[in-house]
Design a protein around this ligand. Structure first.
Ligand SMILES: [Fe+2]
Length: 192
């Protein structure tokens, strides 16, 4: 289920003298599964979020060309309004080994390129570290999210990754993870 949870950043409690090794899992200050509320809360923090209409005619595990065709008008609209140059379809799961791929994005990092994803199938958990908050957004099928370049974040695809996304790029060469070396991700829940 699509959900937003907002937490205070753990840095505050670490500074207050707690031993970070035994810090309890934080409680969210706010949570919602209402798409309009999620969009509004994220918008005030510079993150764009939309729910797109489902495409029941699109079969499960459709090919890239079928996916891009089904969403052609929405893709064209986003590219025009948000100035993205290219899109591709990435599928994780099935026969591909992916334990190491999960690990790649589990620690806080940022990119010189926006991270823009539309979930065609499956789900994933984005954690955004913005000022003194951590915003966890569980995205599922039909969710579109745009995380601006330079936003501190991490991503969990779960213990058994299985998802398909459309990715939008201004310059795909900029989408390289630059790690912050902040262990903050260890203090927050992952995707079950
Ligand atoms: Fe990322």
């Amino acid at each position: 289920m699509t959900e937003l949870r907002i937490y205070a950043s753990q840095e505050g409690s670490v500074d207050a003298g707690h031993d970070s090794a035994v810090a309890p899992e934080p409680e969210p200050l706010f949570s919602t599964s209402n798409a309009a509320q999620i969009s509004a809360e994220l918008k005030t923090r510079g993150i764009k979020f939309q729910r797109w209409p489902s495409k029941p005619e699109l079969e499960h595990e459709a090919r890239q060309e079928q996916i891009l065709e089904a969403y052609a008008s929405l893709i064209a609209s986003v590219k025009e309004h948000e100035h993205y140059q290219t899109v591709d379809v990435m599928r994780v799961g099935g026969d591909q080994p992916n334990t190491s791929l999960r690990q790649t994005f589990l620690q806080e990092h940022q990119h010189a390129e926006d991270e823009v994803r539309f979930f065609v199938e499956g789900c994933g958990l984005f954690s955004l570290h913005i000022n003194d908050e951590v915003l966890q957004v569980t995205c599922e099928a039909n969710d579109w999210i745009a995380i601006p370049a330079g936003t501190r974040h991490w991503f969990d695809m779960g213990t058994n990754p299985n998802y398909c996304v459309i990715r939008f790029f201004k310059n795909s060469g900029g989408w390289v993870a630059s790690y912050t070396d902040d262990p903050i991700a260890n203090f927050y829940p992952g995707l079950p």
